[in-house]
Design a protein around this ligand. Structure first.
Ligand SMILES: Nc1ncnc2c1ncn2[C@@H]1O[C@H](COP(=O)(O)OP(=O)(O)OP(=O)(O)O)[C@@H](O)[C@H]1O
Length: 763
């Protein structure tokens, strides 16, 4: 088929789309009127009568019926809306690929056109467009012309691809069309990757690579681990995977069943457009920090991972620094989990702290009584089940206390404070009864008052507030003696006890503390989450992973990350991304090809990557990275301003000054802000616009920029071996240009890069 013939087909498909749109518009607007009508006249069609019990029941039924009708119409309207949005997308660009496939050598090949959604012809017989997630579409991503096969739900279909073609269609016009081999669209990829960086991520649907497709379409693994080098498309692939799963399991899964842990709030907004672009709803997203914070009572503060990072990098002179590092390493390990398990085991016999149940500062049931009851229960029974029995016992006991309190004098004082409605209610209740009204009325009011006074206490019991988790946990560091003392135990112990007494959980303590809480009170395992995706998985500690597994025992997981970008020193050990660190059954996929940065940037950075991973650049050329030595008599601010100007002249829209710490970032921001238009990104920044930005490296995780300037790549700033991951992560954020400024001696990582991979300049 020639280009003209292809354009003719595009025109025909668009005509079909327009017809469908028109039909849906008519249906939709009719429905809209009905809905407005239903809402406006809701009460006209409901029979309201509240005289007798029977009437009330009838009224309820009538309201329910009317509401259901409205909901049903609204749902249909919602579906029409969704379908119209899909058609609008398709009208602009109906498809991006075509394969001709035949099952037998003598057959006529079938033309399969692939786009972001399926569409059939008027007769509902033939697919004009196949959804990229349909089984047959996998041929497009997995094979070059020649023998090929694909899996349907219960079969494998083999055959031959006789043609593989790609399109770029915009506004219904074919911009380019070309036939290709296996790698989809070197040309297309070149175009996509050569563009300016965007402030929101784009879908890669038209150019998914074979290796990435394995991640996207993986259905069999309960635990899928992806180690992918910087810029290899892990985040892109996981978002496509989410869209794929929502399509493939559309009858069983919806967006609420999927959860994504992302590295920082900026990243969350950066990726927010991808799923809607693919016609899917966004799924729940959270940073792990927010996830933990939501599970901890309000009176306890958790240090953020960023604050912890900042501490590690800037507080090296503090007297407690060594102890804190030891604490981080230990609390991140599975060794600590075993110790905690031992402690919990001991608590099964004695030592849990309880709280008094009080009313107006008077103890109704004492913590000693609760403890006695708890430890009288069979020790074979699990702690959470014993807690449940205690809660039941407390509620029962409380009922008796409530009965006694009802007749006490203080109650009548409260009765006097009741409002008019309460009296009225009491009066109506009594109307239905015969008997001595005054006695009954007082009794009724007393009952009501006492019930109200006890309601919050009961609520707290149901929430297990009678267990003092913090005090129970703190005892581990105050009085408990482990069988074997871990290294640095004394320092760890006093450091932890001190911060717990301030109700402060350091970041390394947060997951262990919550694990402890869950073990005592029972896991609130969230069974609604069927798939969990963890991006930047290299930054999670072994303990945090164990906790996540504990919380989601039945959830399928996809972990994606890059060991080279581990920025928390302690997370490097026992991280699931490192082969052999995991005992559980899992499947591992490795991505070696880097798409983000130019070949020149990849060649520069790969020499100082922390691990010896093979990194293959995608063939996209640019200028060599520059190592800028400030000219003899210029100051660093002038150098940076000149450099920014040069990068702007090259047409870069998003330029990031990536610093090592927030401290460096905000100090530099202060000196630059009156001289150039620049935006500082902090932990609280949720979105960003194009332009000049300044931020610490840990907030740049997962994001990319046209050009990156490292404002201080001196040995003084990046002098520790533990800075390697940070420096590597910062450099690999650059798509087209990387400039490394080195006031003083360049850091050792720059020296490790091959001489021929960079240029030295003086500004
Ligand atoms: N198949 C592809 N087609 C087009 N672009 C792609 C493809 N794969 C990756 N890219 C592009 O490469 C860049 C990097 O992708 P992404 O951010 O998903 O990588 P990553 O592995 O998560 O990176 P990092 O670990 O460094 O944060 C993005 O601009 C993305 O659009």
């Amino acid at each position: 088929m020639s280009r003209e013939a292809e354009q003719k087909r595009v025109n025909e498909v668009i005509k079909e789309i327009t017809k469908k749109e028109e039909k849906l518009y008519t249906k939709g607007s009719g429905l809209k009127d009905t809905i407005i009508n239903l809402r406006e006249n809701f009460w006209d069609d409901v029979t309201v009568n509240l005289e007798e019990l029977d009437d009330i029941i009838e009224t309820q039924a009538s309201i329910k019926q009317q509401a259901e009708l409205l909901i049903e119409r609204e749902q249909v309207h919602g579906n029409i809306d969704k379908e119209l949005k899909k058609l609008k997308r398709l009208k602009d660009s109906p498809y991006f690929g075509r394969i001709d496939f035949r099952e037998k050598p003598d057959d006529e090949p079938e033309y399969i056109y692939i786009g972001t959604a399926s569409m059939m012809d008027q007769e509902q017989e033939n697919f004009l467009i196949y959804d990229w997630r349909a089984p047959i579409s996998s041929l497009y991503y997995d094979y070059a012309p020649g023998s090929a096969q694909y899996k349907t739900v219960d079969d494998t279909i083999t055959g031959e691809i006789t043609l593989k073609r790609q399109f770029i269609i915009r506004d219904g016009k074919i911009k380019s069309v070309f036939d290709t081999g296996l790698t989809i669209g070197d040309q297309l990829l070149q175009e996509a990757l050569g563009d300016n960086a965007s402030t929101s991520m784009k879908s890669i649907v038209a150019t998914i690579q074979k290796e990435q497709n394995k991640i996207i379409r993986n259905e069999r693994s309960n635990l899928l681990i992806v180690q992918g080098v910087a810029g290899s498309g892990k985040t892109s692939a996981v978002l496509q995977r989410i869209a794929y799963l929502l399509y493939r399991f559309r009858n069983e899964l919806n967006a609420a069943n999927l959860l994504l842990f992302s590295p920082n709030p900026l990243f969350s907004s950066y990726i927010a457009n991808v799923l809607p672009e693919l016609g899917e709803e966004n799924i729940s997203q959270s940073t792990f920090y927010d996830f933990l914070k939501n599970r901890i009572s309000n009176d306890i503060t958790i240090e953020s991972p960023f604050a912890q990072m900042e501490y590690t990098l800037t507080a090296t002179n503090r007297p407690e620094f060594g102890a804190r590092l030891a604490n981080m390493t230990y609390k991140s390990s599975l060794e600590y989990k075993s110790l905690l398990d031992q402690y919990i085991e001991d608590l099964g016999h004695e030592g849990i702290h309880f709280r008094n149940i009080t009313l107006h500062q008077e103890t109704l049931i004492s913590k000693e009584q609760i403890s006695e009851y708890f430890y009288s229960i069979d020790k074979e029974i699990s702690l959470p089940n014993r807690m449940e029995s205690v809660a039941r016992w407390l509620l029962q006991t409380l009922r008796k206390v409530q009965q006694e309190e009802k007749n006490k004098d203080w109650i009548i004082e409260k009765v006097e404070l009741l409002d008019k409605d309460d009296y009225l209610e009491a009066y109506h209740a009594l109307q239905r009864d015969d008997g001595d009204e005054t006695v009954q009325e007082e009794d009724f009011l007393r009952k009501e008052v006492v019930k109200r006074q006890f309601a919050p206490i009961k609520k707290r019991i149901k929430r297990y507030a009678f267990v003092n988790i913090l005090a129970s946990y703190r005892e581990l560091f105050r009085t408990w003696e482990p069988l074997e003392r871990p290294d640095d135990w004394e320092e760890i112990r006093s450091l932890t006890a001190a911060s717990l007494s301030k109700k402060l959980l350091t970041w390394e303590e947060a997951a262990p503390y919550l694990y402890f809480k869950e073990r005592l009170l029972g896991a609130s395992n969230d069974r609604s989450v069927r798939h969990l995706f963890i991006d930047e998985a290299q930054d999670y500690s072994a303990f945090q992973f164990a906790f996540i597994r504990h919380l989601f025992p039945y959830t399928r997981m996809t972990l994606l990350g890059d060991v080279n970008q581990a920025i928390y020193a302690y997370s490097a050990d026992e991280n699931p991304l490192i082969p052999d660190s995991l005992e559980q059954n899992h499947e591992r996929i490795i991505l070696n090809k880097s798409y983000r940065s130019t070949k020149q940037i990849v060649e520069f950075t790969q020499k100082f990557a922390p691990h010896n991973t093979s990194i293959e650049p995608f063939e996209r050329d640019g200028d060599k990275p520059q190592v800028i030595k400030p000219a003899y008599n210029s100051n660093i601010t002038e150098t940076l301003i000149k450099d920014i100007k040069q990068l702007r002249q090259k047409g870069h829209e998003t330029i990031a000054l990536i610093c090592k710490t927030a401290k460096e970032s905000s100090e530099l921001f202060q000196t630059l802000k009156d001289k150039v238009s620049i935006r500082e990104i902090t932990e609280q920044t949720y979105t960003f616009e194009k332009g000049l930005l300044i931020l610490p490296v840990y907030l740049a995780k997962g994001i990319e920029f046209d050009a990156v300037i490292i404002p201080d790549a001196s040995q003084e700033n990046y002098g520790q071996e533990s800075d390697r991951g940070l420096f590597y992560t910062a450099c690999t954020r650059a798509m087209h240009d990387l400039h490394v400024v080195t006031p003083g001696k360049p850091c050792k990582f720059v020296n490790e890069a091959k001489q021929e991979t960079f240029e030295i300049t003086n500004i």
